[in-house]
Design a binder for this molecule. Structure first.
Ligand code: NAG
Ligand code: NAG
Length: 465
């Protein structure tokens, strides 16, 4: 089963139920002369053509409404979330847009399946890939059969069809046994990891597997399950891939898996994730890959002082410095500054909390005490770097930089005081935000965004006086 038919398998039980009900109703209507006979196959008791058409139409409408089955064409078309695709469609992840796209298979297997059915082949309901389309064609087949003349040659075929269209109870039972393959999250993750880990998977398939996996590992339990069968390590090793896209999507999965999940964070450190992430950030890679890798790094470091220590030991600050000084990486610079701000304040809060309460575990505090972040920042010139980043044009970038300047103030104040460019920038921003805050106030916003920015600038200027 492809990852894409996943969503189908999730909604399939409901669709199935619907179909059973409709099939039941249809049969009932057909055989209403003899209401005791509920067998789906009753070829002799055919109805006229006209009402059938109406019913078919109604079925199609209901189908579209309740199942949202996407009808692929020969062109690639974007698939909306929640839409199911007929079996045999070709699904790909558009690597430019991140959208999933669907079209008919080149060979058009689905169409030939239909043809096969029309020729009287048995619909194999024991496979788990049948869709509402299959059932619909089966039903159409049944109607078609109802119109044919009962000849000797047809009788064998009818028996075959009869085999397929058994009494509703029997069908129900079989569907029940099939259980429409409701995979557990664990089974799905194992399947996706196998797909990703398999040398016979194409790049497209690997990326699609990672893309789907990311959805599952947001759940803490799932991320921990990923550990249990070695899946996490497979994804971590994906960071070593020579394909930038594999690196990118592996980091995407890891970022989600690490997020507030200490167990996974610990395993990831042991599995060498930190080094690999830093190597990617330190080498030439597409911006999109670096973005996701930086995201994974943030998730790995947050609330995990041991990882923060390792990060400093491995020269993480130097790697980040290289990153913010790269051309056209301004987006990353803001994220880096945000990360540093988070780390500085996290440590400060942990220490404050330990002072205020006796609650914090002493080991954790010990861990934080060994994160020599501020001295490292000072030594490596981050006072200067952060001050320069204030020249970024976007308000939200400036907001982040201002926050960070505030957090670094105790460490960097000497530098800040002696930086003439910083005072000029602060003065001009003060004027700019004064004007904007005034406008904001005129529009009735008395606790507006610009006023807040102005407040940060005012207090920085006061502190630096
Ligand atoms: C991934 O593939 C490698 C080599 O093909 C194999 O040794 C390893 O067991 C696989 N890992 C998982 C979790 O399937
Ligand atoms: C991944 O690459 C790093 C160097 O970037 C190397 O040290 C390590 O052995 C590689 N790991 C695997 C599993 O290939």
């Amino acid at each position: 089963m492809t990852p894409q038919s996943l969503s189908l398998s999730r909604i399939a039980p409901f669709g199935m139920l619907l179909w059973l009900l409709m099939a039941f109703c249809f049969t009932f209507c057909l055989s209403h002369q003899n209401p005791n006979e509920f067998a789906l196959t009753n070829l002799e008791k055919s109805s006229t053509k006209e009402p059938e058409k109406k019913e078919t139409k109604a079925e199609e409408e209901m189908d579209a409404k309740d199942l949202e089955v996407f009808q692929p064409t020969h062109e690639w078309q974007a698939l909306q979330p929640g839409q199911a695709v007929p079996a045999g469609s070709h699904v790909r992840l558009n690597l430019q847009t991140g959208a999933r796209e669907v079209k008919l298979q080149e060979e058009d297997k689905f169409q030939s399946n239909l043809k096969g059915l029309k020729k009287g082949k048995r619909l194999d309901i024991n496979t788990n890939t049948y869709t509402s389309q299959d059932l619909k064609s089966a039903l159409a087949k049944f109607k078609e059969g109802a119109q044919t003349e009962s000849s000797k040659e047809d009788e064998a075929r009818q028996a075959e069809v009869k085999q397929l269209f058994r009494p509703i109870e029997e069908l129900k039972k079989e569907f029940g046994e099939l259980n429409v393959v409701i995979e557990t999250d664990m089974q799905i993750m194992v399947r996706l990891i196998n797909k990703f880990n398999s040398s016979s998977s194409s790049l497209e398939e690997k990326i699609a597997a990672l893309f789907d996996l990311e959805y599952y590992v947001h759940q803490m339990d799932n991320a921990q399950d990923l550990l249990s069968f070695g899946g996490l390590q497979v994804v971590i090793n994906g960071l070593n891939s020579t394909e930038p896209l594999v690196k990118e999507y592996a980091a995407f999965v890891l970022g989600a898996a690490f997020s507030s999940n200490p167990k996974v964070q610990v395993e990831a450190i042991e599995g060498g994730a930190l080094q690999k992430l830093l190597v990617i950030l330190a080498t030439e890679q597409p911006l999109t890959a670096k973005k996701k890798v930086l995201f994974a790094l943030c998730s790995l470091l947050r609330h995990f002082p041991y990882a923060q220590q390792q990060f400093l030991k491995l020269g993480g600050l130097q790697v980040l410095k290289g990153l913010v000084q790269e051309k056209n990486m301004e987006v990353l610079a803001v994220r880096v500054v945000t990360l540093l701000y988070d780390l500085v304040t996290e440590k400060k809060f942990a220490e404050q909390e330990a002072e205020l309460t006796q609650d914090v575990s002493p080991e954790k505090l010990q861990q934080y005490r060994q994160v020599h972040l501020l001295p490292g920042l000072q030594e490596q010139g981050w006072c200067e770097i952060t001050a320069h980043l204030l020249a970024l044009p976007e308000h939200d970038a400036r907001e982040k930089v201002l926050q960070t300047l505030g957090a670094l103030l105790a460490t960097c104040q000497d530098h800040y005081r002696q930086d003439p460019q910083l005072s000029r920038t602060l003065a001009s921003l003060q004027a700019e935000y004064q004007a904007l805050a005034t406008l904001e106030l005129q529009e009735g916003e008395d606790e507006g965004y610009f006023r807040e920015l102005l407040g940060s600038i005012d207090s920085l200027l006061r502190e630096l006086r």
